[in-house]
Design a protein. Structure first.
Length: 197
């Protein structure tokens, strides 16, 4: 955008709108992914992301047209990773959560390294449009994988976990610990025993 002579304030506004779009999508997409098969939700997110990326290429480069597309692009982009992480967590035992999360973060980091390398080479040949087409192609590939997987494998069962709000309680007193362990209580500093007072 700087190469096109766009002011930095406009570039900052574009980035702000994309981030705010990502913020706005978190709760509704999270609820959808809890209610439906996460792979179907992921495929729909990828198709929406690809559509927003292609729209940014085809739409006229004016703020009223670009900013809504940027918000939608940021919204879909920011919800892809959380849905991808939630899906394997549905299928693993609790003691695997930390190692699998670590591997997912490692894969995300590798993608963050490889993606810009591919993107810069595409931008050198096809300008900024090449980057948007690359993102759309990657999203459509992920959509195809998620949708085909949903057709061959049954979704995991969503188990309702009991949720109870517990009232805050003080830690056990030393006197209670002595009673529980059948030890004699400590002498009362005032001089009264339980029988007297």
């Amino acid at each position: 955008m700087q190469d096109k002579g766009i002011a930095r304030a406009m570039i900052a506004l574009f980035m702000l709108v994309a981030v705010l779009g990502g913020l706005a999508f978190q709760v509704p997409i999270g609820r959808l992914s809890d209610r439906f098969d996460r792979r179907i939700v992921l495929a729909a997110l990828c198709v929406g992301f690809a559509g927003a990326a292609i729209a940014l290429v085809l739409l006229p480069r004016s703020l009223p047209m670009v900013l809504p597309a940027a918000a939608v692009l940021g919204g879909f982009m920011s919800t892809l990773y959380p849905v991808c992480v939630a899906h394997p967590h549905d299928r693993m035992p609790a003691d695997w959560v930390v190692p699998v999360s670590g591997r997912l973060i490692l894969l995300s980091g590798l993608g963050s390294v490889v993606g810009p390398l591919i993107g810069t080479s595409l931008m050198a040949r096809f300008n900024i449009d090449g980057l948007f087409y690359f993102m759309a192609a990657a999203a459509l590939l992920l959509a195809f994988l998620a949708a085909s997987r949903s057709l061959t494998t049954a979704p995991p069962e969503h188990r309702e976990r009991p949720f109870e709000i517990l009232a805050p309680q003080a830690a056990p007193l030393a006197h209670d610990q002595h009673i529980a362990s059948n030890e004699p209580p400590l002498p009362d500093p005032v001089g009264f025993t339980s029988e007297e007072g």
